[in-house]
Design a protein around this ligand. Structure first.
Ligand code: SF4
Ligand code: SF4
Length: 83
């Protein structure tokens, strides 16, 4: 399941460079995550890197985008050109 940035985001810019999939970008008002690029960091790291660095803890999992670990790994392989 992809992560989502809530409106508690303070636009601190810290998470964007940490994402290994370049899934995070500045949106109209706050930063946003492109769900098709977010793998929960599976394939790159053990923990979601954006969650680790966010100072206001505003990047939960998005329950409307449920994916299994296998689906996330497949997404990682596609994004990195290995599939
Ligand atoms: S969980 Fe990982 S892949 Fe998803 S947006 Fe955060 S840093 Fe990027
Ligand atoms: S680290 Fe958190 S507060 Fe900072 S831009 Fe990213 S989502 Fe927003």
């Amino acid at each position: 399941m992809s992560l989502i940035i809530t409106d508690e985001c303070i636009n601190c810019d810290v998470c964007e460079p940490e994402c290994p999939n370049e899934a995070i970008s500045q949106g109209e008002e706050i930063y946003v995550i492109e769900p098709s690029k977010c793998t929960e960091c599976i394939g790159h790291y053990d923990e979601p890197q954006c969650q680790q660095v966010c100072p206001v803890d505003c990047i939960p999992l998005d329950p409307s985008r449920r994916e299994t670990e296998e689906q996330l790994m497949e997404k990682y392989l596609v994004l990195t050109g290995q599939l």
